[in-house]
Design a protein around this ligand. Sequence first.
Ligand SMILES: [Zn+2]
Length: 487
Amino acid sequence: MRYIITIFLCLLSCASISAQEPAFFYATMTVHHAEELSKDAPNEIEIIATYRNEAAVRLTPTGSHKLHDRILTHGPGYIHRNSEEDAISAIRKSNNRSESNTRATANFSITEDVVVIPTLDLIQTQNIEDHIIELENYGTRHHSSSTGTQAAIDLKEKWEAMALFYNRTDVSVRLFDHTNTGMPSVILTIEGAEFPDEYVIVGGHLDSTSNQNSTNNAPGADDDASGIATITEATRALFEIGFVPKRTIEVMAYAAEEIGLVGSNEIASEYAANNIDVIAVSQFDMTLLNGSSNDVSFITDFTNSDLTSYMMSLLDHYNTEAPHQVTYSTSVCNYGCSDHASWTEQGYMAAFPFEANFGQHNNQIHTTGDTFSLTNTASHATKFAKLCAEFLIEVAKNDNTALSTDDIIASSIFVTIADNILTYDLSSTTKDIIGIRLYSIEGKEVANVSNISKQDQIRIAPLSTGVYIASFISQDNTNITKKLIVK
Ligand SMILES: [Zn+2]
């Protein structure tokens, strides 16, 4: 009888263990890490094949935790694979991954000053701080915890509410269900007005971990609530300015990054299998702690160097002076350190601006100590939100004609609004001006005055703070438009 009970108990406990954690899974990692782990824990890892500096392995969950804890890496240090064949073909396929991109077709340029510059003023550090604390308060966002899944469901609602608040009918939010984790990823899509089949993607990971345990408190404030809050605030600022992208923008909160880039890997694989034309991807994973003398460290491994230097050009163009100054350097981050690697592996162009030079980053990550109180400000993350907005606007490009002001002509005229008085001076233009119309950034007419002279002061109805477009109507129908900010 006792024998039967023992078997019965074993069956129960074995079943519950196998439901949570398989006995082993397949993965790839560096040969160096695989060999080191084999020495430490020979029963937890089996090296199946090696090719150059990568190994395909069979790994137990215990082995993956040991690897995670012992190596100095930001992410898991390995990439989860679906099968032995997948693991072996992945290491054979990789051939200097950082430069193997074959899909890139875009011509990267910097032309959208008229949209980007006012957007930078709209990015609010407070919103990033509030969002980080909101995510920290789940206790854990471990991919196998119920709170991790709840965080994904709640983020979908938050993003939907944000789109609704700004009346964005071109925005949708969906959950992306996965095979290798119960936690879904969240994807916000702004449909491109002109080239909807061309995608520009920014992402971060929503899951957190603390010693790879699903029940430990895992606040993950920096890793990676900060990235999710950063891309959310950049997106909100795009909505506030009324930016309508020509290309489709997707904002992604990946599930299960901490167990081998599982969420991003399944998404990037599906996009590649469906031949989706992704122009460029940027990862935002850890933006909170300012650990180095420069603000942004561009990760140079598993990323595309052309895209990385383009993002540096964005900072050179938009962020050389206060209050928007951002300095940068480069660093390496090692194998499988974040979700950019999933896109790079599928041949897409990916970049990864990181919070510090590798090694000077937050040393509390993957512990209960990764909390917002460590910095008590998201001022560092704000710089990444600005870079994120610049990247999205410049790669997706603007399709909103209300925002397309002719700055060469407009720079020669003067117009301002203060205390409900619109003051303008068009004396430098030879045009016959017959009227002025004032539009909100969403394109709604807020004032319309005809029979005006070339310079005057006009009392107008009170306006809420924000960006407006003044359009001076000329006799020959070649209007002069100029953007202005009401404070
Ligand atoms: Zn991370």
